[in-house]
Design a protein around this ligand. Structure first.
Ligand SMILES: [Zn+2]
Ligand SMILES: [Zn+2]
Length: 214
């Protein structure tokens, strides 16, 4: 972290204000421009490093402590909620911190979310692709589920009607490539076969391939 001249708080000031940390603006022996703990003047970053080391070399004891803390949080949800509301910034910094420091955990969390929320993940990807194609509009997972319900979970192509319970594609009725929007009003659910055949045909072109609208 870079030193900032205007946010120094002396230990005495911090004590007077009841803060737990102060900031000298000077580096510690390890060169961290981090906050210091009021209680022992120790550099917060060095302390965090030492804690990480302790956890690595005492995995069993660390697990016991972690489980104990977890149990406490579960048994005292109001305490946790109170802490979060009082320490929003700290909580956010903590979330950012593991997100940056631990790419493996980041991938693991993302994958497990995707496994548990497949429909949401697909909606997310669809909206992302549409945005990249500069298409108008967006839709929610609830809207996709409403479309499926309305179609009775069957392929929207009247000559097909295959069940969509196992596999389905969400199709833009008027293709994005031809100026169609990404709003739910321009979406239908097709079976994979029909969707691949339809590709980016307009509704008229698609109807003609089935001998309609001659
Ligand atoms: Zn330090
Ligand atoms: Zn079909």
């Amino acid at each position: 972290m870079l030193p900032m001249a205007d946010d120094t708080v002396s230990r005495a000031e911090a004590l007077a204000k009841g803060l737990k940390r102060y900031r000298t603006g000077k580096p510690c022996k390890q060169g961290h421009f981090a906050e210091r703990f009021v209680i022992n003047c120790a550099c917060c970053e060095c302390t965090a490093d030492r804690t990480d080391e302790w956890i690595k070399s005492n995995p069993t004891a660390a697990k016991v402590r972690q489980d104990c803390a977890k149990r406490f949080r579960q048994e005292n949800p109001h305490y946790q909620a109170q802490w979060v509301s009082k320490n929003k910034e700290k909580q956010r910094a903590y979330a950012r911190n593991w997100y940056v420091k631990d790419p493996a955990k980041r991938v693991e969390v993302a994958l497990s979310w995707k496994r548990e929320n497949p429909e949401k993940a697909r909606t997310h990807v669809r909206n992302w692709i549409a945005r990249r194609k500069n298409a108008r509009g967006s839709h929610s997972t609830e809207e996709i589920l409403a479309i499926l319900e309305r179609q009775n979970w069957r392929c929207a192509e009247p000559t097909c009607g295959k069940s969509l319970r196992q596999r389905r594609h969400i199709d833009h009725v008027m293709p994005l490539a031809k100026g169609g929007s990404n709003d739910a009003s321009n979406l239908q659910a097709l079976c994979p076969t029909c969707n691949c055949r339809k590709s980016d045909k307009t509704p008229e072109e698609w109807a003609r391939t089935h001998g309609r609208l001659l």
